[in-house]
Design a protein around this ligand. Structure first.
Ligand SMILES: *Cc1c(COP(=O)(O)O)cnc(C)c1O
Length: 417
């Protein structure tokens, strides 16, 4: 293989963590810091009107991206907040039995590989007297409508399942699950943070009642997002978590982040226009990336369902290398590893663990996520870097030697000291 040209380093392949802001987004935002700085709640002067006009436009842009009515878009500080308002707000509004009645307050269905911004609100509700079913995904990482159906109870009030997973990119059959929930009069929320702005979304056809999205995962600014709240068939109500000035139909009080909202709107508009083209280009690059790596290195595996995945993301485990050494050897490539840094230690990713990836392989995994400005040159460099790093590390590995000699390592009895 020819040595690829060295692109500017480091190379950013962590778009699932956050994306750079599109310069067109920044340009749209700038006037709202200084010239049009008004509070959209100021109804009696031009400064307020100008700001309100900008927020209205952004609301239409976000609504258009997901097939909603603009009245159904609630601006928030990002997906963490959207998820909390949706999950906690719906549970408290639709509870079936009061707290301390001895009966569960209601039943919620979610799954083990949701983002913490869904899992933790669910766990808190559990402590407060709700029953929560955490569905266990199979090896491919996908929750089917049948799995949800089997978990539904008489007192199920909410199903919350992500559209696409942030670590392995697998896609849940949202439309089917939404239809099931609709037929049982159960509120359906989806965390679409990794999906919205990348893949086509239609809250009507997809049978969604509540949907979370975030600007900084789709080339907009950090600290702003939206929650879609269905207004008809059914009209979804939520108990508010933050009370105050009653902005955003009372779902989310607080002076609106006008610049951020303008940025989110612009990001949505661009995404809608360019997602097909971006997605097709990135799918080609991702295929090249993973197919070349897998063909040049044995003992590697791609985590999650092979087809039902986002086009721009791959999660690969490398056998016989140590996770931290791999990250060190690839430090010009900015990506995520299968280790989560907790305060005490390096824990293997709970997502990989939940789909049956062993601790060792989870630690030696890389999540590579491509974005709007990823080039073929960067991908070629990444391939060469990862392949040579893994080969070098394996040269130092006695386990890899044994594996090469045909020894079945799972049958070896290790001496413990
Ligand atoms: C990034 C992410 C979040 C959190 O979004 P913020 O806007 O950063 O709060 C929630 N869910 C998923 C799936 C994510 O990828």
């Amino acid at each position: 293989m020819a040595t690829p040209n060295t692109p500017r380093l480091p190379i950013y392949l962590d778009h699932a963590a956050t994306t750079p802001c599109d310069p067109r987004v920044v340009e749209a935002m700038l006037p709202y810091f200084t010239e049009f700085f008004g509070n959209p709640g100021s109804r009696n002067h031009q400064f307020g009107w100008k700001a309100e006009e900008a927020v209205d436009k952004a609301r239409e842009q976000v609504a258009a991206l997901i097939g909603a009515n603009e009245k159904e878009v609630v601006f928030t500080s990002g997906s963490t907040e959207s998820n909390n308002i949706a999950v906690r707000g719906a549970a408290l509004m639709y509870e079936k039995a009061p707290a301390n009645s001895g009966k569960p307050r209601g039943h919620i269905i979610t799954q083990l590989i949701e983002h913490k911004a869904v899992l933790d609100p669910c766990k808190r509700l559990q402590k407060e007297g709700f029953d929560v079913t955490f569905l266990e995904p199979p090896k491919d990482g996908i929750i089917t409508a049948d799995m949800v159906k089997a978990a539904i109870r008489e007192d199920t009030i909410l199903v919350t399942l992500m559209w696409a997973n942030n670590e392995i990119g697998v896609i849940n059959p949202v439309r089917e699950i939404g239809a099931l929930c609709k037929s049982r009069d159960i509120i359906f929320h989806t965390d679409a943070t990794q999906w919205a702005g990348k893949m086509p979304t239609d809250v009507e056809k997809d049978n969604i009642d509540l949907l979370s999205l975030s600007a900084h995962k789709m080339y907009g600014p950090k600290g702003v997002g939206a929650l879609y709240v269905r207004r008809r068939k059914p009209r979804v109500r939520l108990t508010s978590l933050v009370d105050g000035g009653g902005q955003e139909r009372g779902f989310r009080s607080g002076t609106l982040n006008v610049t951020g909202i303008v940025g989110l709107g612009k990001a949505a508009e661009i995404a809608m226009r360019e997602m097909d083209q971006d997605g097709a280009r990135l799918l080609k690059l991702r295929k090249k990336l993973e197919e070349t790596i897998v063909s040049q290195l044995d003992s590697t595996q791609i985590n999650g369902h092979r087809e039902k995945r986002l086009p721009h993301l791959t999660n690969i485990s490398f056998g016989f290398v140590e996770g931290e050494s791999l990250m060190m050897a690839c430090k010009e490539i900015a990506c995520s590893s299968g280790s989560a840094c907790t305060s005490a230690s390096l824990e293997p990713s709970y997502v990989l663990k939940s789909i049956g990836v062993g601790d060792e392989l989870a630690h030696s995994s890389l999540r590579l996520s491509l974005g709007r400005w990823t080039t073929e040159e960067q991908i070629d460099y990444t391939i060469a870097k990862v392949v040579s790093a893994v080969r070098k590390l394996r040269e130092l590995s006695p386990l890899y030697d044994m594996h090469k000699e045909g020894i079945d390592l799972s049958k070896v009895e290790w001496a413990h000291h």
